[in-house]
Design a protein around this ligand. Structure first.
Ligand code: BDR
Ligand code: CA
Length: 311
């Protein structure tokens, strides 16, 4: 599978890159950073750092510096000041490629129609900009996998929204309404089922080699944050789960539904609004959530043991 990666590294983003690098059927064609866990320029440097560690050198472009319609908000409290749990280390050897992440998506999709899968692990600003640049993008990509949202479970950054959609609700709404014919949404519904517990963390801590050592350092800060929240030694592997489901769709069970994003709610901005009514979309009131939207495949169930074992 040939992949364009859009990401805000970020500890779990970094782990997703490491996971993909270890899969023989995954080729990361290009990477774009986006604001989110850290500012986009730092995210690009972090992507370069992790890619160099695992011996890959796809082009890495810097993406959107801020959301479409709200000020920048970052999440260093989860991922550390440097986005990599305080273990970013030396600057990368490589430098960022010219152009923006959105332009890179459009250029690659046009040059390889129907061939590339887009894996979006951060706020959807770059993907939304790419749709605005190339309205036919949904038909030029092979498929899209998005980590974001909380469809049937509570949010994380607010009671109703996950961090990726909260950090750019307008972009998320634009992408979910763009008509991608094959879009899988890996939300907190899925990722909260697939927490790495103390046994998994201990087995990683016992593993040897530079990659395991780096992963352990990354997880130190991140797992401490999640362990404090959950009250037990564990953490959620959001972005790696999205990467794993992208490569092996049999890892998950799905339910198709049209989705919109709440943009105006005082307490609910960034919430996923799903339409679970069992009626044909032709019968929707045209102003209702989901009206006229191509259904999205929302991950409902996960083969957690297989995923954690692969990780
Ligand atoms: C998402 O937000 C970020 O903190 C993580 O990297 C993940 O992509 C989870 O809500
Ligand atoms: Ca992320």
């Amino acid at each position: 599978m040939r992949i364009i990666l859009d990401t805000d590294p970020g500890v779990d983003d970094a782990l997703a890159i490491m996971y993909l690098a270890a899969q023989s059927d995954a080729e990361i064609v290009a990477v774009g950073s986006v604001h989110g866990n850290v500012p986009a320029p730092l995210g690009a440097l972090n992507a370069l750092r992790v890619l160099e560690l695992v011996g890959l050198n796809p082009p890495v472009t810097v993406g959107a510096a801020r959301p479409l319609a709200q000020p920048l908000q970052t999440a260093e409290f989860v991922h550390g000041d440097d986005g990599l749990g305080g273990h970013a280390g030396d600057p990368p050897t490589g430098t960022v490629a010219p152009g923006s992440a959105a332009e890179q998506i459009v250029r690659l999709a046009r040059a390889n129609p129907g061939e590339l899968t887009l894996l979006a692990l951060g706020p959807l600003t770059n993907v939304a900009l790419a749709v605005l640049l190339e309205p036919d993008l949904p038909n030029l990509l092979r498929s899209v996998v998005v980590m974001g949202g909380a469809v049937t479970v509570p949010g994380n950054i607010t009671p109703y929204a996950d961090a990726n959609f909260y950090h750019d609700p307008e972009a998320a709404d634009l992408v979910l309404g763009a008509g991608f014919p094959d879009l899988i949404l890996v939300g907190l519904d899925a990722t909260e089922q697939a927490r790495a517990g103390s046994e998994w963390l201990a087995s990683l801590a016992a593993a040897e080699g530079p990659r395991a050592s780096f992963a352990n350092k990354l997880l130190d800060h991140y797992a401490r944050f999640y362990s404090n929240m959950f009250g037990e030694h564990s953490c959620t592997l959001h972005d790696p789960l999205a990467a794993a489901i992208m490569l092996d769709q049999k890892l998950a069970g799905y339910r198709e539904m049209p989705l919109s994003i709440e943009l105006n709610g005082t307490h609910t901005r960034g919430q996923v609004v799903s339409d679970l009514r069992l009626i044909s979309s032709d019968a929707y009131i045209t102003t209702s959530a989901g009206a006229g939207r191509v259904p999205v495949k929302v991950v409902e169930t996960v083969d957690v043991p297989t995923f954690l074992d692969q990780m």
